[in-house]
Design a protein around this ligand. Structure first.
Ligand code: ZN
Length: 365
């Protein structure tokens, strides 16, 4: 299994993987270039019979720099599809939803938008921010290049004042008032949202039941996979989820979300485009360095990008250190990610009713 170190490497792995299978293929050119002036694309492939009633969707790199962590899931799902040759289940793979962020090792897209806050529904406005965020703006997004400023200690002070949950909620729920700040959801539909608006239904096709895993990293305990999504609304739905994903059972709470609420998330929007289908979305989030260190790294990178000298942005040591936050080099962390990717693909096929997925157990790579 691979953890690519760059967008270009990841794309090569994706393309060589596809050489071994029949598939439908789409590629969309990003309006901006990569650091070496290279072409950036969102690449989509669909495997399996066109008439498959169930579809497993795996998307990666919505938060650019988190792109590498999705590669094992893509590879494992692809391998399973080729091996099983199912008549009932198809596989849709979306490589690098934010190719600009992936190529530049950024969380945001080419317009500085946090894409997982950009997918507002019709009628919702790109406006507003939490009061706690407004108070924290200058501390969270100082208008100056990075320097030592006791951020961690001062953060602890803020957390004590507002409470951990309230502070976390205010920071990560998304904001539309501070374009040069973190978790900015944009002022209009992003480029990738328009891309999905034109193509998402076509990629899904006739499938009636869809399970969508959107790969992310950085949030939660070290190396642990959490499945974050809309809470199950019925007890049978809840039972099915806890049966199919027993290790993530505590992520599912009947009727109410367990984790923070965010505005403009990808999953809710994708579901709304498919009103007649049984669609379930999970942000498949692999934990790494914990909230304080991750927030400090995001803040430093944002300051460098927005207020630093242009040449420093390109320096590889900054980019490499930032990548480490979302895809640690630690062999134990990577093994944990691969093991849980195998398991979650296996369990996802079980959820989709794929025969055999409950008998032969996950394939070991
Ligand atoms: Zn993410």
């Amino acid at each position: 299994m691979d953890f690519p170190t760059s967008y270009q490497e990841s794309k090569k792995i994706f393309e060589s993987m596809l050489c071994n299978s029949e598939h439908a293929r789409w590629s969309y050119r990003c309006p901006e270039e990569g650091p070496g002036g290279d072409l950036l694309t969102v690449d989509v492939a669909r495997l399996g019979p066109a008439g498959a009633t169930s579809l497993l969707v795996i998307s990666t790199g919505l938060h650019g720099v988190e792109g590498p962590v999705g590669m094992p899931m893509l590879q494992i799902a692809h391998q399973q599809m080729v091996r099983r040759r199912s008549d009932a289940v198809g596989l849709l793979m979306i490589h690098a939803l934010n190719p600009f962020g992936f190529a530049w090792s950024r969380r945001q897209d080419q317009e500085g938008i946090d894409l997982n806050r950009n997918f507002l529904l019709n009628g919702e406005k790109y406006q507003g921010s939490a009061r706690v965020y407004q108070k924290m703006d200058l501390w969270l997004n100082p208008p100056s290049p990075p320097r030592r400023d006791a951020f961690t200690i001062r953060t602890v002070g803020r957390v004590l004042r507002h409470g951990f949950r309230a502070t976390k909620q205010a920071i990560v729920e998304g904001q539309y008032d501070f374009p040069r700040g973190l978790f900015y959801g944009g002022s209009r539909n992003s480029w990738v949202m328009k891309l999905l608006a034109s193509n998402w239904q076509g990629w899904v096709g006739d499938a009636k039941q869809i399970l969508h895993l959107d790969a992310h990293s950085g949030l939660g305990p070290w190396g642990k996979l959490q499945l974050l999504g809309e809470a199950p609304q019925t007890s049978s739905d809840h039972r099915k989820l806890t049966h199919c994903f027993p290790k993530q059972a505590k992520d599912f709470s009947l009727g109410a979300p367990v984790h923070y609420h965010a505005r403009g998330g990808l999953g809710r929007w994708c579901g709304q485009q498919l009103p007649t289908k049984d669609y379930r979305y999970f942000c498949a989030e692999f934990g790494a360095y914990g909230p304080l260190k991750t927030l400090a790294a995001l803040r430093e990178e944002q300051r460098l990008w927005e207020w630093g000298q242009h040449e420093r942005r390109r320096q590889s040591r900054y980019r490499e250190a930032f990548r480490e936050i979302f895809c640690p080099q630690s062999p134990r962390w990577r093994k944990a990610v691969v093991d849980q990717s195998i398991e979650v693909i296996h369990n996802s096929l079980k959820y989709l009713g794929e025969e055999g997925s409950g008998e032969d157990g996950p394939t070991v790579f």
